[in-house]
Design a protein around this ligand. Sequence first.
Ligand code: ATR
Length: 285
Amino acid sequence: MAKQITPSTKLYAIFGKPVSHSISPLIHNMLLNEFGIDAVYLAFEISDIKKGVEAIRALGIKGASITIPFKEDIIKYLDEIDDTAIKIGAVNTVINKNGHLWGCNTDCDGATKPLKEATGSLEGKQVYIIGAGGAARAVAFGVKKELGKLIIVNRSKDKGQSLAKEVEAEFLPLELFNGSTHLSSSRNRDYPIDIIINTTSVGMNPNIDESPVNPEIFNKNMVVMDIVYNPLKTKMLKDAQSSGCKIVDGLSMFIYQGAAQFELFTGIKAPHQLMRDIALTQLMR
Ligand code: ATR
């Protein structure tokens, strides 16, 4: 945050419910301070996103992060939506351009950028996404944008098939995926698994002994990513690492989407490592 609050100090915000555990204020204020920007970033736990958008307009809030449960609802109250966010059906970032509110989604690239760092281009890679909720949608569009070959794996058939259809991916029931260790052995030649991404909350604190993936599926050629970052190394990531997989933790996605937001807010590229260090000090508490 700004070192000194003055009448010209600008306001950025996060709207969600709940937001009490969010580490976004800590990270954004640290970045604002680091770059000497005269602004603060505050968290607002609200019940009605329509009123949140009215507040952005009334108070001249320069930019906002939007989190659960408002990412879909907010769309109808904004003036313009970026094409990718329209496809995903969710906005996680609002920029106030002199009263014109523009919404976009940084979750999508936030997921694929750390993956690309771990594995290079996603083009042609067989990417299995576990889950078919809002988070899965954003990640799925990101993978499609990078020309990955996508397979949606989900517990419930209806939800899984419907997302798969929408993103032109195959669908595989979770039960079958987990039962089919042959995927990673004999069938592996026909259907290699290059990347597995968990987008469900399975394994999140306090259920730290749970994993959505049968550990027998992992082999050393795979990259395995979790979007859960609490704990930082989930059971799924531990299992994957034991099998020699490269792993990408959920904090990476969080940092990349936040860095993209900061760049949209201020035009300044955010230092990922510094953001990660700050986030870790908070998460380790
Ligand atoms: P979000 O918007 O945060 O992604 P969501 O819309 O509730 O959350 O979606 C959660 C996803 O996690 C769903 O795909 C859900 O599977 P179902 O469609 O079968 O409900 C999946 N999920 C949640 N808990 C799960 C569990 N214990 N095992 C397997 N999948 C689970």
